[in-house]
Design a binder for this molecule. Structure first.
Ligand SMILES: Nc1ncnc2c1ncn2[C@@H]1O[C@H](COP(=O)(O)OP(=O)(O)O)[C@@H](O)[C@H]1O
Ligand SMILES: [Mg+2]
Length: 306
């Protein structure tokens, strides 16, 4: 159904995840061209999108700002051009960590206890969540602005620091455990990926070692978990994806505590799409090659939106 269709691979974007997105975009473009499809790269540098004449499908791999937050989806809908992945409404929900948590809680998706607090410079708000806790800006990705605070005496300083940049933060109970992520494709869960960061911290450096030269994480897929735990984690991830109404695909981040209880962190609606990214790794574990994954995403999306 894709033959004869012109596919514009939208990559880069104006946000902080631009370099990661360019890598995803190049990989997707190469895969689509390798399948003999008519694909072109579109490097998006502002919040203006110029699509090539006659574009039938926009394959969006712009992570974070603009590409993952519903803005690009709104623009493409205004242009009447079908696009891949989550729609505008679900993108806006998924990118907003506080609003997404509300949906998770309403749908009974297991997630860490949390509260959303307003911040203003120089003011230390009262918290109901105790240490250890995590302070998260609601609208960043790639671990940007995340502070893990384990000692009560360091809470005020961390909140003051957050208040310099953000007017609102999500405070979450810190979950000690395994870092997992679950790809969802067409409402089906892929095998679980277990991420083992080099020093236990999954941050910008260990996520994208090729950007900084830092030691990367180790990945195990399928994760070495018993059947019951595997099913509980996959069910939690799928429930999170559905609670947000995400279309086509996503990658849901989950923590597993020492009692094998899953806690959903977030759903990423524009997950990394290089050949070694986590969703492609999970797809490969059940025999879906990277080009097949790209093709499937394009086909389901086109079917949904044309
Ligand atoms: N409640 C939590 N308990 C323990 N670690 C957390 C918690 N929330 C986030 N983290 C750590 O921070 C990382 C990034 O958090 P996440 O919510 O996925 O935001 P993003 O990936 O968008 O920056 C996680 O992968 C995890 O390592
Ligand atoms: Mg995450």
């Amino acid at each position: 159904m894709l033959s004869g269709k012109k596919i514009a691979v939208l990559m880069g974007g104006p946000g902080s995840e631009r370099e990661v997105s360019l890598a995803s975009g190049k990989a997707v473009l190469k895969a689509l061209l390798g399948l003999g499809l008519d694909a072109v790269a579109v490097d998006v540098t502002t919040t203006h999108v110029d699509l090539p004449e006659g574009t039938d499908l926009a394959f969006n791999v712009i992570h974070g700002t603009f590409g993952e937050d519903g803005q690009l989806q709104d623009a493409l809908e205004a242009l009447g051009v079908p696009y891949t992945g989550a729609g505008s409404a679900s993108s806006k929900l998924a990118i907003h960590k506080s609003r997404a948590k509300e949906k998770f809680i309403a749908a009974g998706v297991p997630t860490a206890r949390s509260e959303t607090v307003s911040l203003s410079p120089g003011v230390i708000p009262e918290l109901t969540i105790q240490v250890p806790l995590v302070i998260k800006p609601p609208l960043e990705g790639s671990s940007v602005g995340i502070q893990i605070v384990k000692v009560q005496a360091e809470v005020p300083g961390a909140l003051l620091k957050a208040a310099e940049k953000y007017s609102e933060v999500l405070i979450e109970e810190f979950i000690e455990g395994m870092e997992l992520t679950v790809g969802i494709l067409n409402d089906l869960t892929l095998p679980i990926v277990h991420i083992a960061p080099p020093d236990g911290v999954y941050d910008m450096a260990s996520k994208y070692p090729w950007l900084s030269g830092a030691k990367g994480s180790e990945y195990f897929c399928p994760a070495d978990l018993d059947l019951e735990t595997t099913m509980a984690v996959q069910a939690a991830a799928l429930a999170a994806h559905r609670a947000l109404g995400v279309e086509v695909y996503s990658r849901v981040d989950v923590l597993l505590d020492s009692e094998n209880r899953p806690f959903v962190l977030e759903a990423n609606t524009i997950p990394g799409m290089t050949e070694t990214s986590l969703l492609p790794k999970a797809a490969a574990a059940i025999g879906i090659s990277f080009p097949d994954l790209c093709k499937t995403i394009a086909e389901i999306s086109l079917q949904l939106r044309s």
